[in-house]
Design a binder for this molecule. Structure first.
Ligand SMILES: Nc1ncnc2c1ncn2[C@@H]1O[C@H](COP(=O)(O)OP(=O)(O)O)[C@@H](O)[C@H]1O
Ligand SMILES: [Mg+2]
Length: 215
């Protein structure tokens, strides 16, 4: 149980608009008088940023199991040092990626066995589950085209082949469950924000003040 805070996670393939939406949601929350803690995975702690460098460097040829545990080490540190304390203090935490990314990339993408990935993933998250996960659905190739258009330096995972990214996207598309909502990543940023904010208010009807609901 996460109470009294609110734990919101943004998921989806590269270029689906997670970071853009995280910034826009944070701004909307500030407008409602709530200052959220915004974190990105991997990263957000000293150890997490070191793991991030190891993971994203295209020159670093780590294997899939090593990759899995770097991600989980970063997540465990973030949960213990940042997310749990913030939620315990009643704060709103917005995380750009969380445990679902490990299922999509390391399990579906890399093909690591579920019986290896799932228990380790739960351990790293320390049993913490998002109150709301917003998955930004995007057809294959659109995300990479956006990144290229934006001049982003492609990292180690961005450079994986089309089949890898198709498996990642297929996994995201199939995810259903309590607290999981799919949004159309092809929506323009303001429409996407509108749809996401409606989901946030539904998930946390009292957190952001009733006056925000009519917007
Ligand atoms: N809803 C959107 N529609 C079109 N382009 C977008 C949208 N959201 C973000 N972008 C652009 O797509 C690129 C990737 O967005 P970003 O938020 O960094 O995605 P992610 O964090 O999921 O990788 C950026 O150049 C961004 O400006
Ligand atoms: Mg991003």
């Amino acid at each position: 149980m996460n109470a009294p805070g609110l734990f919101l996670v943004l998921e989806g393939p590269e270029g689906s608009g997670k970071s853009t939406l995280a910034g826009a949601l944070a701004q909307r929350m500030r407008g409602a008088g709530v200052e959220p803690i915004v974190v990105r995975e991997p990263g957000g702690t000293r150890a997490g940023e070191i793991a991030r460098q190891a993971l994203l460097d295209p020159e670093n040829p780590i294997g899939p199991v090593s990759e899995l545990f770097f991600y989980l080490a970063a997540r465990s540190d973030l949960v213990q040092r940042v997310i749990r304390p913030a939620l315990a203090a009643g704060q709103v935490v917005v995380s750009d990626r969380f445990a679902l990314s490990t299922e999509a990339y390391q399990m579906a993408g890399r093909g690591l066995a579920p019986e290896v990935v799932l228990p380790a993933n739960r351990a790293a998250a320390d049993g913490l589950r998002p109150d709301l996960t917003l998955i930004l659905d995007l057809p294959p190739d659109v995300g990479q085209a956006r990144q290229v258009a934006a001049g982003k330096h492609l990292d180690r995972l961005d450079r994986e082949g089309a089949e890898f990214h198709r498996r990642v996207i297929a996994h995201y598309l199939a995810v259903q469950g309590k607290g999981v909502r799919h949004l159309d990543g092809l929506l323009l940023p303001d429409r996407l924000l509108h749809a996401a904010w409606a989901e946030v208010l539904t998930a946390a009807p009292t957190k952001f003040g009733a006056h925000q609901r009519s917007r």
